[in-house]
Design a protein around this ligand. Structure first.
Ligand code: GLY
Length: 371
């Protein structure tokens, strides 16, 4: 295992921060976090599964720098990301007497990072927080960029705030504890970066992708490149007025499929993104933006990785094309009632399209549902 730590700076003026990437960062978390602290204590928010795997290592790492830590372990899973556990977290942080100048630590995947980040955003009108993402998806996407929040009965991530972390520690060693399915779901977000803006990275993933889960140095390189791309986009468009929307490649289709499967185990978010990317490239081809080889190459790589690619890879029944279109229309990416897609002129050449012909999307979905 490599000991090299990479640093990617997210440039946001006074709110700039480092994303540190490498093996062993949990063990050295105390030294990493200490410069942020006014007093040597932090409050950790995590989930029960991650607590069993990584909390002792984090607490030992903090203790090595003389930092004491209390911890709240929430139930694992997407259902945690709602008002009841959010309220519980905020009240716990207040009971722990977390003050304006203290730091909250989010240890876990996207659910914990989003919920704890939002709790930090509203606690005493905003306290700083550190993201310690333990899943591939959280390391390459949700821990970076400051989107925090919880789900509503009306939809995912509809309640939240932009609140940038003060530091992100992505310990590559934590990826070794991920189930294969969770690793591949995170990989859906990795491949997205190549597809949206870096054809050379996609070329590299075609060769090295299958080795990532067993080769920490390659996983580190993939996380670093993904975070570099996200950091650049966030620095240029923090609040998604323009370019940041490119990060939603595959998400209009993916969110509809997640909604259609009840946000359940039938389809993980990253799996929906991967299928959504394949559909977005197919749509781009049908709209005459790129040649047939482009979506074929995307699909071939996802298949080679052992990922879900087609609608028939999702277990159970799906609604028809009209039902899926209806779910897309509810997505929060909809503007003025128009469907918004991220399309591409080729691999690494994505752009935002607001005026996509619904008829072409409907036919594409009908064909995809027929398999
Ligand atoms: N996950 C998309 C974004 O951070 O903008």
């Amino acid at each position: 295992m490599t000991d090299r730590i990479d640093t990617v700076r997210v440039q946001l003026g006074a709110r700039s921060y480092d994303v540190r990437i490498g093996a062993g960062l949990l063990a050295r978390a105390g030294a990493e976090i200490a410069p942020l602290l006014r007093r040597k204590r932090v409050a950790i928010v995590t989930d029960e599964t991650v607590a069993g795997l990584h909390l002792p290592a984090l607490q030992d790492g903090l203790a090595a720098a003389g930092i004491t830590a209390s911890a709240l372990a929430l139930p694992p899973g997407e259902a945690t990301k709602g008002w009841p556990e959010f309220t519980r977290t905020v009240e716990w942080l207040l009971a722990e007497k977390v003050e304006r100048r203290d730091v909250v630590v989010a240890l876990g995947g996207g659910v914990i990072g989003d919920l704890a980040g939002f709790a930090a955003a509203v606690l005493r009108r905003g306290v700083r927080f550190v993201q310690i993402p333990t899943t591939l998806l959280a390391q390459v996407d949700s821990s970076v960029g400051g989107k925090t929040g919880i789900n509503s009965t009306h939809g995912k991530n509809l309640i939240g705030a932009f609140h940038q972390p003060a530091l992100v520690l992505a310990d590559i060693g934590a990826l070794g504890t991920l189930a294969r399915r969770d690793f591949l779901a995170g990989y859906g977000e990795v491949v997205k970066y190549g597809l949206l803006g870096d054809a050379g990275f996609f070329d590299w993933l075609e060769v090295e992708g299958p080795k990532l889960s067993s080769t920490p140095a390659l996983a580190q390189a993939a996380v670093r490149r993904s975070v570099e791309m996200k950091a650049g986009i966030v620095a240029r468009d923090e609040t998604e007025e323009g370019e940041r929307a490119l990060l939603n490649l595959g998400h209009t289709f993916g969110h509809a499929l997640e909604a259609a499967t009840g946000y359940s185990d039938r389809l993980l978010h990253g799996e929906g993104v991967a299928i959504g990317c394949a559909l977005a490239f197919e749509l781009s081809m049908r709209l005459g933006l790129c040649s047939q080889e482009v979506p074929s190459r995307v699909r071939a790589h996802l298949r080679a990785m052992g990922m879900k690619v087609d609608l028939r890879d999702i277990p159970g029944d799906l609604p028809g094309a009209e039902g899926l279109l209806g779910l897309m229309a509810q997505d929060k990416k909809v503007q003025d009632g128009r469907l918004r897609f991220i399309l591409a002129r080729g691999i690494g050449e994505a752009f935002v399209a607001d005026q996509v012909d619904t008829g072409v999307v409907r036919t594409l979905l009908e064909d995809a549902l027929r398999g």
